[in-house]
Design a protein around this ligand. Structure first.
Ligand SMILES: Nc1nc2c(c(=O)[nH]1)N[C@H]1C(S)=C(S)[C@@H](COP(=O)(O)OP(=O)(O)OC[C@H]3O[C@@H](n4cnc5c(N)ncnc54)[C@H](O)[C@@H]3O)O[C@H]1N2
Ligand code: MOO
Length: 419
């Protein structure tokens, strides 16, 4: 049977999870989550015409021709601070002292900043040294947004600016879907806990922290990080204990076909339903996605490089869907810096850095190896070597999927409650 293509696997994996029910949370607690509703402005910004400068509220026409040699002199009738209301409207020949953010009195239609004016010692008059047009240094009601206008779409990532705008609307809470609760289970008899002595044939267990951090980057709360031996009983015990406690359980290792690769077998025996079992992807081919009870399970290969790619392509979308969104990465076309040979049937995702050259973007490929992750430390994205082809030459154009600034939109099927 041919392996599932990467795109089909991504679709199928998403079936293993549904968006969580949204809930209102205090603004700062929503930081990094995604809006579960469209948001409209309840209030115009600014809420009233106000001064952009510390200075003088005036009638613009009365400044016509004013300059240093021939100032306009006006009577000062009021002082207006931000948060206060003007005492009365301006009449011809009058000015009001005004400060940044204070409401413009009716009758005034411009502000002269204080650097271009001088008040008399007794404060009763002010001389203006510049000519200003109507509207000068006034921030108009609704200039940034009008009450009733759309502000944000469902699925928008709640970043610092979104939080600032919501607070400026008087909101204290916002509706988002909760973080998925995650457990990570590393399997393998060769693994030694960092901090303990390890012989050359043993391997320091590094996937727990790697996968937990990747899960956090995808918005998850990692509640458990456990290890199990390559033994069916130990695995069954760990899986049955962890699964009911979390929304998503991610295992690493024991995913392939070796004598001690028990994870999929034990899951099947426990009654898990598989949505993905092996993908035409390298690295990451043995990855599987299943559901056990109410918990989505992602079985990652043990090789750290393969686990990273498989997590990125299947576990990350699943964690984001729980939060109500689908992610689209930006793609650019770049020329390969070197030739590559691959298995024709598989999609290869190769860590790449981009550089601007004479002929556009150049993708520098990192050495390919399922165990390697050092090359991922600083990378711009995955160079995508698609299936249907085995040989790629230097300078061939390929797509590079960029890690930076992905776009999020509401998962269409997102119901208001979880199933
Ligand atoms: N005959 C075949 N052999 C293999 C196939 C295949 O199709 N036929 N697939 C290969 C592919 S592709 C991959 S990827 C690996 C992944 O297999 P497993 O998921 O079973 O991984 P392990 O055998 O348990 O470990 C692989 C490798 O990674 C190291 N490892 C595992 N866990 C950790 C950890 N938590 N921290 C650090 N390093 C870890 C482990 O020591 C091994 O070196 O299978 C191929 N084989
Ligand atoms: O997942 Mo394996 O990385 O294809 O070697």
């Amino acid at each position: 049977m041919p392996l599932t293509s990467l795109s089909a696997a991504r679709q199928a994996a998403l079936e293993a999870i549904a968006p969580a029910a949204p809930e209102p949370v205090p603004l700062l607690d929503a930081h990094g989550r995604f809006l579960a509703t469209d948001v409209r402005a309840s209030r115009s910004l600014p809420g009233c015409d106000n001064s952009a400068m510390d200075g003088w509220a005036v009638r613009a026409e009365e400044t016509r021709g004013a300059n240093r040699d021939s100032p306009t002199r006006l009577r000062v009738i009021d002082t207006i601070y931000a948060g206060a209301l003007p005492a009365r409207a301006l009449q011809p020949g009058e000015a009001a002292r005004i400060f940044t953010g204070a409401p413009i009195p009716s009758g005034a239609d411009a502000v002269v900043r204080q650097e271009a004016a001088r008040a008399s010692d007794d404060g009763l008059t002010v001389d203006l040294f510049i000519t200003v047009p109507p509207g000068h240094d006034i921030r108009r009601t609704g200039e940034e947004v009008r009450a009733g206008a759309p502000l944000f779409r469902e699925g928008q990532c709640v970043n610092a600016s979104v939080l600032g705008v919501l607070a400026s609307q008087g909101e204290t809470t916002v509706r988002v879907r909760p973080a998925p609760r995650v457990a990570v289970l590393a399997t393998g008899d060769e693994l030694v806990r960092p901090g303990e002595p390890a012989l050359a044939h043993q391997v320091y267990e590094s996937n727990l922290v790697l996968v937990a951090a990747l899960a956090r980057e995808a918005g998850a709360h990692v509640l458990h990080m456990s290890r199990a031996r390559d033994d069916e009983d130990a695995l069954r015990e760990a899986l049955t204990e962890l699964a009911p406690r979390v929304d998503v359980l991610i295992t690493t290792g024991g995913a392939s076909v070796g004598d001690k690769d028990h994870v999929k077998r034990v899951l099947t025996a426990l009654g898990a339903r598989f949505f993905v079992d092996g993908v035409a992807l390298k690295p990451g081919k043995p990855v599987a996605v299943a559901r056990l009870g109410d918990t989505a399970i992602v079985v990652l290969p043990g090789n750290p490089g393969a686990a990273t790619v498989a997590f990125d392509q299947l576990a990350r979308p699943l964690l984001l869907k729980h939060q109500g969104v689908l992610e689209t990465r930006r793609r650019v076309r770049a020329r390969l810096s070197e030739p590559r040979h691959k298995q024709a049937g598989l999609t290869y995702l190769i860590t790449a850095t981009l550089e601007h050259g004479d002929e556009g973007l150049r993708a520098w490929l990192r050495p390919q190896g399922a165990g390697q992750i050092l090359q991922n430390v600083q990378a711009d994205g995955w160079a995508v070597l698609p299936p249907g082809r085995a040989d790629f030459n230097e300078n061939d154009l390929v797509e590079v999927e960029l890690f930076d600034r992905p776009h999020h939109h509401a998962a269409d099927s997102a119901p208001d409650t979880a199933p």
